[in-house]
Design a protein around this ligand. Structure first.
Ligand code: GDP
Length: 295
């Protein structure tokens, strides 16, 4: 993951370290290369432009050009700005005052919602919570079975109604069951479509109105690069989402999604999926990702 971008940055930094002093033109040259690398990684153009401007303003100050260790200082500025781009600090899940805290998942078909529902339940269980899941994917009957099987594996109950097309009703009744079971978290897996459509959004809005979730998390496949940004904007406009989950981060993702979403949509990435197994889930730590990229 992010290997190409990492290799590019390491090359640029090697050159920067090689200079005893950094002239303004050395910095401009390094920044030109940083810009190219980010664009090749499919980062949103406006995000790249702003990023380069910020670094330029800081780096072409006196301290980098005349300081004792100009290369290191330049690298530190890039690192700090990269951490900001990735969202600054690690963004945690909300916990409601009353049980259960309701987390509603949304996203396109195949993004990894069902898998993430199980991964999140497993993660919460390990931290001492009592998760409960609902499958409200009424269009893909296999999704209900899939969640049921995953729930059995991690010993987390799953509410679903076989054959029903009433997603809102399923959520309403599932919420009651979760309360009866004294669950501390309720994770709702919703239906996805191949593309965003009006009907999908209306259904999600109706579910939101009914269960009043503390968090709406958009599950996005990291492999789609900066298309993830448009997707996140559409879902955010319709639902006012609380955060983003990037799945398939173990794949050959170039980084466009991870590096563009926070700046453009203003929502933090909370977790990344790093494989198909239930345990393949990581909290999204901007600092760790930045150091993975910068080496
Ligand atoms: P849904 O339609 O959004 O519910 O998507 P699924 O949860 O069914 O996932 C679609 C496919 O992506 C499945 O084959 C999953 O095993 C796979 N998948 C989900 N998350 C990840 C991940 O983080 N990494 C990898 N490599 N595969 C994933």
């Amino acid at each position: 993951m992010l290997d190409n971008l990492g290799a590019r940055f390491q090359d640029i930094f090697k050159k920067v370290r090689g200079h005893g002093k950094l002239s303004e033109s050395n910095i401009k040259e390094a920044l030109r290369e940083v810009k190219m690398s980010l664009l090749e990684a499919d980062v949103n153009y406006k995000v790249v432009k702003d990023f380069i401007k910020k670094i330029q303003d800081k780096a072409i100050g006196t301290e980098v050009v005349t300081g004792i260790n100009p290369g290191q200082q330049f690298i530190k500025i890039v690192n700090d700005e990269l951490v900001e781009l990735l969202g600054g600090t690690n963004s945690r899940l909300t916990k409601g005052v009353r049980n259960p805290t309701v987390i509603m998942l949304a996203g396109l078909q195949g993004a990894g919602k069902t898998t993430f529902a199980a991964k999140l339940s497993n993660y919460l269980k390990k931290t001492g919570e009592r998760p409960y899941m609902i499958s409200a994917d009424v269009y893909r009957p296999a999704a209900m079975k899939q969640l049921e099987v995953l729930g059995k594996q991690i010993d987390v109950p799953v509410y679903f109604e076989e054959g029903s097309k009433d997603a809102v009703g399923i959520c309403e009744r599932g919420l009651e069951k979760a309360k009866e079971a004294n669950a501390t978290y309720l994770i709702i897996d919703t239906a996805g479509r191949l593309h965003i459509d009006e009907h999908l959004m209306e259904e999600l809005k109706d579910i939101k109105k009914t269960v009043r979730p503390q968090e709406i998390l958009l599950v996005v496949d990291a492999m789609i690069g900066q298309d993830a940004v448009n997707l996140a904007e559409s879902f955010n406009n319709a639902l006012n989402i609380d955060g983003v989950i990037l799945t398939k981060f173990d794949g050959d993702t170039r980084g466009g999604a991870a590096l563009s979403i926070k700046s453009v949509v203003g929502k933090s990435i909370k977790f990344v999926g790093t494989g198909e197994k239930i345990s393949d889930l990581e909290l999204f730590h901007p600092e760790r990702i930045a150091s993975r990229i910068l080496g």
